[in-house]
Ligand binder design. Structure first.
Ligand SMILES: Nc1ncnc2c1ncn2[C@@H]1O[C@H](COP(=O)(O)OP(=O)(O)OP(=O)(O)O)[C@@H](O)[C@H]1O
Ligand code: SF4
Ligand SMILES: [Mg+2]
Length: 360
């Protein structure tokens, strides 16, 4: 049974107002997350995943700003809150976040315990032995010994540090935990263990979770729904099972095809030629058109609407009810697929972890 809606995001746009222009990092994002449910957010580097996460906490770093839309978190309109109200009303209590690279920014001079008790002290006035007991309970929940409380960050492995960060995010039992690349810096064995722990905790504590990663392969096991992002847009949203089985958006199709399967003998990895665009000046029409293998003439001119296909939302002209659009002529412009030099340049980077965006 689907629980109550914990989070409703409607037409959310967040831009960075830089000296070089307005970076349209997130545009028109809409989705709902129910109690106990999880959403996996995937897409190439620079597509707006962290910007979405920061927006949900009302914590977009300057020069970023939520420029449009609504975030309703358990009845609270997050976009109406100022910084002080956000800290008091939502962060840690209703929503907490494991930040990208968080384990590297643990303060080396303080013990794990010292850093963990902060939110308990600030939000609930809990200190001393009682705080320690709560911290130890959550450390054990993430499969660490309670004794880690007295250790310093440099005495822990990367995986242990990441577990401490996750335990801290759970301390105040928020309705929603957002995990931004929680396992990217870890080896695959530790990554699998932590992902399994998170899956178990979600069930045991009935928490909703948003998992963010550029690696779609690790989301299959932990996500009920998937949000596939490209260049600031959610291009496909729906049941993870359905999307893995039958991806509809051409970008999702390629992203899933690019997941290497070590059991089959492949001659060549699938990849998406070209690089994601500069979001100060994204491509006209469909932002994916310069790299799309199914691009049509209409795609360069007209922004696609979002279509509901078998319960999955897809932002692509191919699914338009208007036949003139859905069956428009094949693109006459050159996409990255025909551009041999772009393809070859990209092929040279196969095996590297991320695609470098133009603005990086
Ligand atoms: N502080 C900032 N100022 C200006 N532009 C920014 C800032 N932070 C992010 N951006 C831009 O916003 C876009 C989205 O960035 P974001 O960090 O949300 O991407 P991401 O999907 O999380 O990438 P990654 O997988 O590398 O973490 C990118 O084009 C990025 O360059
Ligand atoms: S709208 Fe056109 S360019 Fe965009 S994903 Fe669909 S077919 Fe490709
Ligand atoms: Mg990020």
């Amino acid at each position: 049974m689907v629980g109550k809606a914990v989070l409703k995001v409607d037409e959310l746009s967040t831009h960075y107002l830089t000296g070089d222009g307005e970076v349209q990092a997130l545009d028109d994002a809409s989705f709902v997350l129910h109690k106990g449910e999880s959403i996996g957010v995937a897409g190439e580097s620079g597509c707006g995943k962290s910007t979405l996460a920061f927006s949900l906490l009302n914590l977009v770093p300057p020069p970023g700003q939520i420029v449009n839309g609504s975030i309703n978190l358990d009845g609270i309109e997050v976009t109406d809150l100022n910084e002080k109200q956000s800290r008091k009303k939502i962060r840690w209590k209703k929503v907490s976040m494991v930040f990208q690279g968080a384990m590297d920014i643990m303060t080396p001079v303080y013990t794990v315990g010292h850093q963990m008790v902060e939110p308990l002290k600030y939000h609930k006035g809990i200190e001393g032995k009682k705080a320690r007991a709560i911290c130890e309970k959550y450390l054990e929940l993430v499969n660490l010994e309670g004794g880690i409380f007295d250790r310093y960050p440099h005495e822990l492995s990367g995986g242990q540090k990441q577990r401490v960060i996750i335990a801290t995010a759970l301390l105040l039992e928020p309705d929603l935990v957002i995990l931004d690349e929680p396992t990217t810096a870890l080896d695959v064995v530790v990554e699998a263990r932590i992902m399994n722990d998170l899956k178990r905790l979600r069930r045991e504590l009935d928490i909703s979770m948003i998992f963010i990663t550029h690696d779609l392969s690790i989301l299959a096991e932990v996500s009920d729904n998937l949000a596939i992002m490209y260049a600031g847009w959610i291009v496909e949203f729906g049941s993870a099972k359905q999307i893995y089985k039958d991806p509809k958006h051409p970008y999702t199709e390629k992203l899933i095809a690019a997941i290497p399967d070590i059991r089959t003998d492949i001659e060549r990895l699938e990849y998406i030629p070209g690089v994601p665009p500069n979001l100060v000046n994204p491509p006209t029409g469909c932002r994916f058109h310069p790299r799309c293998h199914k691009a049509m003439e209409v795609c360069r001119e007209l922004e696609p609407e979002i279509y509901n296909i078998d319960g999955v939302k897809v932002k692509c002209h191919l699914f338009s009810e208007d036949k003139e659009i859905a069956e428009s002529e094949e693109a006459e412009y050159e996409t990255a697929y025909e551009d041999e030099s772009a393809s070859e340049a990209y092929e040279g980077e196969l095996g590297e972890e991320e695609v470098v965006t133009e603005e990086e």
